[in-house]
Write a protein of this length. Sequence first.
Length: 240
Amino acid sequence: MTALFVSDIHLDFDHEVRLRALDQVLNSALREDAEIYILGDLVEVWVGDDDDSAFADTLREMLGKYGERTALYLMHGNRDFLFGPQFASEVNAKMLDDPSIIELGNQRHLLSHGDAFCTSDTDYQQMRRLFRSKEFQQNFLSQDLATRRDFAQNVRAQSQKSNANKPEQITDVVEDEVRKALERHDCCTAIHGHTHRPGMHDMGEGLSRYVLGSWERCGWPGWFRDEFTLQCFSIEGAPL
């Protein structure tokens, strides 16, 4: 089995070069008959499946052409937790729970966006619980699109300001939490994003985690062919 893993692409109307770069990587996956796993934060913000913006329509068209031809999986991140069944249906994707377990090379792998493991950041975890609650989402989606967009932009600005003042170790995953999840689900490997700290980590005792990178000046696809590899390529035209 061949599989492609990406996360933290943070697409929006200001980042057309990232959209083109993702299109090229997904096309490579299609040529290899690879399954595609998008592990959260595909977009910078998603205000609901009824989004009628030009960007949302472009995203539906781009993803849909791959969902029609290969297995496409989406997981919620902290930016796109409002992806719902309508959007998944429009792009022919299947929504994944966080965490989810898949078999690669006869071994069980745990897939996650990764933010649930950042338990040292108690303020973030409180916000995460609020935004993932059914009550919040129902109330939010009942508002008109303009109100939702304004709210999302304000939350985004506040989050960027808050994170700028936090020590790096606070916003990283707690490896003990990853280890507990691996043991609970009888897995030896975790694949996640969220932290924007790409790399491969040997956690000892036969456990490891692979961290997908944020797409900024570089794109960070992870591939499983006979083994997992993490790649980095320059995104032409991306801002320095």
